[in-house]
Design a binder for this molecule. Structure first.
Ligand SMILES: NC(=O)c1ccc[n+]([C@@H]2O[C@H](COP(=O)([O-])OP(=O)(O)OC[C@H]3O[C@@H](n4cnc5c(N)ncnc54)[C@H](OP(=O)(O)O)[C@@H]3O)[C@@H](O)[C@H]2O)c1
Length: 315
């Protein structure tokens, strides 16, 4: 029986387990994927701790057995159910699950929840695209970024941050991205102007872009919306994906991944990755069995890009 990450009560990383689960054969319109890589995201910590239980109750609350985990994955199609035109057995795919089941050796999922993986894109990058990529697209759309404008990305080195920074550069904007010193080289390499976060941020940004800031994308929270307001950015051009209190207080935007049609967005992002125009740095990898350590590392809150669970090896 294949292994899957599960938890049977809310709590810290210690509640995560590797459990042998029944492999479900693909039904009509479904495929079964052998997962090679599965990215992890901070939102999964909130779900596992029970912080979002009102909105997303775990299966065990309803007596339906352990909860699974994960949305991002990439892998190889093992089996195809009836009435599936794409993909075929053996295809390399990027998957996007909303069924909390991506962190597993086998995922059975609707065929329209996978897209082709460009061969040149690494498994780890492909396996960490969904949440970060669609959220980044949502941020760019929310602020209506146009060529020649100046945008600040708060948290430019995070999973969402690295993607949104590159999309903003590709959109022809002047991009100022906040990050710790050790991540500045990457941000510079992709065409952004890095700036350290911390005290007097607005003042320091003003010195870099004295003509002003048109839009502000906050992927970190903790006062960044206030920095945007201090810079004089219009409220309808400030988007936060994490500071919902600031959103309420200041009436700025808070558009995240749910505002994006994922399939179309992922096909476009995968195309950019395949062309070498977009990359997702991966700063740590763990085998599936070390999922607890992976989330403990993620919770430390620093690092460039993504953490990925390497599930199965594939050439
Ligand atoms: N609403 C949605 O649809 C949605 C979707 C995805 C994520 N989110 C939320 O968005 C947030 C970011 O997600 P993520 O996946 O990008 O997280 P992540 O990868 O864990 O973010 C870590 C990054 O935060 C940076 N950081 C730490 N302290 C900072 C500070 N004071 N100022 C600026 N950056 C700082 C770190 O940069 P350094 O290493 O340089 O310190 C690191 O690169 C999370 O709260 C997540 O839950 C929301």
């Amino acid at each position: 029986m294949p292994d899957a990450v599960t938890f049977s009560r809310y709590g810290g990383s210690e509640v995560l387990e590797l459990t042998q689960v029944e492999a479900r054969a693909p039904g009509r319109g479904e495929v079964q994927v052998s997962v090679v890589a599965a990215g992890i995201n901070p939102g999964e910590i909130a779900i596992r701790e029970g912080a979002t239980r009102e909105r997303y109750p775990a299966r065990f609350e309803k007596g339906e057995g352990p909860e699974g985990q994960g949305s991002d994955f990439a892998g190889v199609v093992l089996e195809v159910g009836p009435e599936v035109d794409f993909p075929k057995v053996g295809d390399e795919v990027i998957g996007f699950s909303d069924g909390r089941n991506a962190q597993a050796e086998l995922v059975t999922i609707k065929a329209d929840r996978v897209i082709p993986k460009p061969h040149s894109v690494s498994w780890n990058e492909a396996g960490s695209l969904y949440v970060a990529g669609t959220t980044a697209r949502a941020c760019i759309a929310a602020v209506g970024l146009r060529r020649g404008e100046t945008v600040v990305i708060a948290g430019g080195a995070g999973g969402v941050g690295v993607v949104v920074t590159q999309l903003a550069v590709l959109a022809g904007a002047i991009v100022v991205a906040t990050a710790s010193e050790e991540n500045h080289a990457f941000l510079r390499e992709v065409g952004a102007i890095p700036v350290a976060y911390g005290p007097k941020l607005a003042e320091r940004i003003r010195k870099i872009v004295p003509d002003g800031v048109d839009a502000f994308i906050d992927t970190h929270g903790h006062g960044n919306v206030e920095v945007a307001l201090e810079l004089g950015v219009a409220k309808d051009r400030i988007n936060t994906i994490t500071d919902f209190a600031a959103r309420q207080k200041h009436r700025v935007l808070a558009e995240g991944m749910s505002t994006v049609e994922p399939r179309e967005a992922l096909i476009e992002l995968a195309r950019l990755m395949g062309n070498g125009q977009l990359r997702i740095p991966v700063y740590a990898t763990y085998p599936l069995g070390e999922v607890r350590a992976a989330y403990e590392r993620l919770a430390r809150g620093h690092g460039l890009g993504k953490i990925v669970l390497e599930v199965t090896s594939w050439d």
